[in-house]
Design a protein around this ligand. Structure first.
Ligand code: PFF
Length: 455
């Protein structure tokens, strides 16, 4: 890329950039989110416990990390919002429009992810005040909460907090926020792991999580593990491209990729050491679905000493994890709108936040079913959003990235800054292995492989 373009790039991201450590904190903050606590336990429970966790680790290392590095390299090379970065790195037409798909995905994900972020804040308050434990029917409590209008206001709060961070910019907002919240998150995580591991009967949960039964491994569990590795590393949604555009030019992407991958893996591991021992100690089935966190765990907290405190801390942990991710999601469309319309950061943040809030309202009121009856086919509006984003847009985004870096963009080596042997391994993964596996995930999500699995 010539000097002129490079300068233009720096200008278009506001000249604002992460410090080296700030970038690592922000990227780990984006990766570490609700996914590891709210989705991971029930898919792990459903697809075979430790054997599934092992698959997840393999997918994360073998496919997730190369794709993560590819996204960071696009951002670092293009230094703009997702579609601008694509456009700057190739003369081929159409890539900017494909990049737009990766701006739509985080916008839509944010609309329902912020709903769940709102739930976690509500549950933290309910737990600390003890109100959560007034009645022992946690399923009814959760049902009446999500069936009311309250989730709309909690979602609004999550969005306002997210916007307040983004509005302060990359180094003054996103970086600072993550540098405060991530250490807080680590302390909460460790405290809760100690609590969970010292419960009577915790051992059974630990062995379910860590002792693999290889007979449970299947092609289906491998595909689910790969899909989750993508979601967990925030891939296919433009976040890592957008964050990559703000890295210090001297930042080593290889080391950063390893740090982000390890951070996410460690978090998933520690989250498992909280959820599984707690579930097993209180006789809860870990494969019971998303309700695990909001229905089953409160019952466990109610039964343990200082449960109100530990419950409250658990939901604060979730809220922290959620907000460091919503920040990464919101920045993607904000960066795009700023560039596209030449608006100030503040105006872009306000407009996009309002739009996300409005699009999120149907998700916020559709889960309980009590308001509006927003059910289409076999899924609520919320479940459709999750399904379309996580199972279709996200792998599609991953595919776009791998094809672009593997086959279209000629100067990936420079942005990646890898030594040639590592570069060749990386390029091989991005060119061949990752796209093939991602296409399999897409086909699986679309039901095209049902004849293999469900026959
Ligand atoms: N990685 C987050 C999680 O596991 O919860 C989800 C996510 C956040 C995806 C931010 C994408 C993103 F841009």
């Amino acid at each position: 890329m010539d000097e002129h373009k490079q300068e233009e790039g720096t200008k278009s991201n506001g000249g604002d950039q992460f410090s080296k450590s700030g970038f690592i904190f922000a990227a780990i903050g984006s990766a570490v989110g609700l996914g590891n606590m709210w989705k991971f336990p029930y898919i792990t429970g459903k697809y075979g416990g430790a054997a599934f966790f092992l698959m997840f680790i393999i997918c994360l290392l073998a496919v997730g990390l190369p794709v993560l590095m590819a996204e960071l390299a696009i951002g670092k090379g293009g230094r703009g919002s997702v579609s601008t970065s694509f456009n700057r790195l190739t003369r081929q037409k159409g890539w900017g429009a494909l990049g737009f798909l990766m701006i739509l995905a985080p916008f839509l994900i944010l609309s329902f992810y912020s709903v769940v972020a709102g739930w976690t804040m509500y549950y933290a308050v309910q737990s600390f005040t003890g109100r959560l434990f007034n009645s022992a029917d946690y399923s009814a409590q959760f049902g009446s909460f999500i069936g009311s209008w309250q989730p709309v206001w909690w979602q609004l709060l999550a969005m306002v907090l997210t916007a307040a961070v983004i509005i302060k910019g990359v180094s003054g907002g996103i970086e600072k926020f993550n540098k405060i919240l991530i250490p807080g998150l680590v302390i909460l995580l460790l405290a809760l792991v100690v609590r969970a591991l010292t419960l009577d009967g915790a051992g059974e949960g630990v062995s379910f999580f860590l002792r693999p039964d290889f007979s449970k491994l299947s092609a289906e569990s491998a595909l689910v593990a790969l899909g989750h590795a993508f979601f967990s590393l925030s891939l296919g949604m433009g976040t890592m491209i957008t964050y990559g555009a703000y890295v210090d030019k001297r930042q080593s992407l290889g080391a950063a990729t390893m740090a982000i991958g390890l951070g996410d893996l460690l978090y998933a591991f520690l989250a498992g050491l909280i959820i599984f021992p707690t579930s097993f100690a209180y006789g809860i089935e870990p494969s019971q679905g998303a309700g695990l966190v909001f229905v089953a765990l409160p019952a466990a907290f109610a039964a343990m000493p200082f449960g109100s405190l530990f419950g409250g801390l658990f939901f604060v942990l979730l809220a922290f994890a959620a907000l460091t991710s919503t920040v990464g999601l919101l920045e993607v469309p904000v960066a795009f709108v700023r560039e596209k319309f030449n608006w100030s950061r503040s105006l872009s943040v306000v407009v996009v936040t309002l739009l996300v809030f409005l699009v999120g309202i149907p998700s916020a009121i559709s889960v309980g079913g009590a308001v509006g009856g927003l059910q289409f086919g076999d899924k609520t509006f919320f479940d459709w959003m999750d399904f379309i984003c996580s199972n279709i847009l996200l792998p599609l985004g991953g595919l776009i990235v791998t094809i672009f870096v593997g086959w279209v963009w000629k100067n990936a080596a420079e942005a990646a800054g890898l030594k040639s042997a590592w570069f060749n391994v990386w390029l091989f993964m991005v060119r061949y292995i990752a796209p093939i596996l991602v296409v399999l995930v897409l086909l699986y999500s679309a039901g095209a492989l049902d004849f293999l699995f469900k026959g």
